[in-house]
Ligand binder design. Sequence first.
Ligand SMILES: CSCCC(=O)C(=O)COP(=O)(O)O
Ligand SMILES: [Mg+2]
Length: 241
Amino acid sequence: MIRHVVLDIEGTTSSLSHVRERLFPYSRQRVHTWLRRPESARIVAELRDFLSQPRADVRRLGHQLVRWIDDDVKVPPLKTLQGLIWQEGFASGELTSHVYDDVPAALRSWREQGLTLHVYSSGSQLAQRLWFRHTQHGDLRGLFSGNFDTVVPGAKTDPESYFTIASVLEAEPGSIVFLSDSVPELDAARAAGWWTVGVRRDGDGEPFDGGHPWIAALGELDLTTDLQHALDQRGAPVPSS
Ligand SMILES: CSCCC(=O)C(=O)COP(=O)(O)O
Ligand SMILES: [Mg+2]
């Protein structure tokens, strides 16, 4: 029986293009200045460590960050820095978030059924909280019981991350369902014994398969009946270890 829902953000609860066309450029324009701020010292150290370049100068690190933003590479120090940069954008009103219209009702209904909701996104936990605070549907943070990112528990494509989340939730892997637009992420969750549902929003390209059931909006998912039935047809998930 499913007791926990874990949700991706970009491409799942929220518009992929809003993230890529508004948030990413906002951080891209500001990374060079931000790296020179005193509060970025720890991120600079993490970047040098990540790149195994202990003496890399800040200008070079800035160029690397811009390349990662352009290629949408989910590197933890970049994601941490983006969260700090976006914090200013949300505070000034220059940035807003986006949550699809079907999402608040679906989340509320799952909560009313007694399920717990968590976010697992490559955006930092700070970025996630800002995101759900500033939606066009109001502040949705109260619907979630917690947040996970690429720092804790780690990469979304690593099954180990999903084992870690299950242990933090003190839940059986088979009691958790993960919703994401990314097949490698869904594969990793399934390898850890979770249920998986792919989300493919209109305009985000052709649906994939990868052996996962797919939906176009969260309202399509009835976690008490439909999903359980659809997933039962697929067979029970098999933990990889
Ligand atoms: C609102 S969090 C910022 C989005 C972001 O930086 C990102 O990389 C989204 O990745 P996701 O794992 O949610 O697809
Ligand atoms: Mg995503």
